[in-house]
Ligand binder design. Structure first.
Ligand SMILES: [Zn+2]
Ligand SMILES: [Zn+2]
Length: 303
């Protein structure tokens, strides 16, 4: 099954009645990865019927409040619900002391470990490889240390062709090794090559998350050909000066990055509270990159 992306928040720093601050949940294989955790994220999980059990990885792009003020609340709830599983938190180095203080002065005694993995704001870095996914970070250009995340499905095993295997009378016990890439040698010593018995699995799917950033062509050097790219689009191009001043991007600039990286689809979000109607942002992006959609609350995307 392809990875699924659930949008929990599409707003920026100033709250609005309609939009929550940044948060997304990616289901990939058997893993759930929470990407950013703005205020109210746990309520959004409840609203959309997504259980927080099984979220073993939380990625925080940077320490502006609209990207992590929901984190201590979610951790607190996980603790109250009896979580024991280690929680991996990937984020800027400053996040650990902040959470440590909140936990200490809140008298919280967690029954599970927090495993912090610090991001660096300077160069791309491989962070985690699991059976389900490979996660890496890359630097964005914002007012403070900020990283994007690139998440790819783990390389898939080749698919066994059962009819072909049966035609060679290959026992079921040998299937595991064949799927892992081995040739089969029968009792007569004949070698049946792996590429006769299997076919290539689909290309692993990939997702790039570009959180808050000024338009930066350097981003296009960090990944290519992703299935889905999320890129912030805080403003429209008539406010490009403002976008530059606050180290944010316009819808047109987000679309330019999608075009430069040859993404299959672009999702835009992190909308300024000044926009009640998001259609003009979508139209602006589509002028540059046709396959663009709005990453609004409650929308689900197949990567
Ligand atoms: Zn933000
Ligand atoms: Zn920010």
């Amino acid at each position: 099954m392809n990875p699924e992306l659930y949008i929990l928040g599409s707003g920026s720093a100033t709250p609005t009645r309609e939009r929550n601050p940044s948060a997304q949940l990616l289901k990939i294989g058997s893993a759930k990865i929470l990407i950013d955790c703005g205020e109210g994220t746990q309520m959004q999980l409840l609203k959309y019927g997504i259980r927080h059990t099984g979220i073993d990885y939380i990625c925080i792009s940077h320490l502006h409040g609209d990207h992590y003020f929901g984190l201590i609340g979610l951790i607190s709830t996980m603790s109250l619900m009896g979580r024991q599983q280690v929680l991996n938190i990937i984020g800027p180095p400053g996040l650990k002391p902040i959470l440590d203080l909140q936990i200490l002065h809140g008298g919280m005694s967690l029954k599970f470990d927090l495993n912090f993995i610090s991001t660096n704001g300077n160069h791309p870095e491989d962070i985690i490889t699991t059976d389900d996914f490979e996660l890496s970070t890359f630097p964005l250009k914002h007012r403070i240390h900020c990283t994007g995340f690139l998440i790819k499905e783990a390389p898939k095993q080749r698919r066994l062709l059962p009819e072909v295997a049966n035609s060679y009378n290959i026992p079921v016990e040998a299937f595991k090794d064949i799927k892992a890439g081995s040739d089969y040698i029968n009792e007569a010593g004949e070698v049946i090559a792996n590429d006769i018995l299997t076919e290539a699995a689909g290309t692993p799917r990939s997702y790039a998350y570009c959180s808050d950033t000024i338009f930066d062509k350097q981003i296009a050097t960090y990944f290519k050909d992703v299935n889905v790219l999320y890129h912030e689009s805080t403003y429209m191009k008539n406010l490009e000066d403002r976008a530059n001043m606050y180290f944010h991007s316009t819808a047109e600039q987000a679309a330019t990055i999608a075009q430069m990286t040859n993404a299959a689809q672009l999702l835009i979000g992190h909308f300024s509270s000044r926009y009640d109607n998001l259609q003009p942002l979508l139209d602006e992006a589509k002028e540059v990159f046709t396959n663009t959609e709005l990453a609004v609350e409650g929308s689900v995307w197949w990567i």
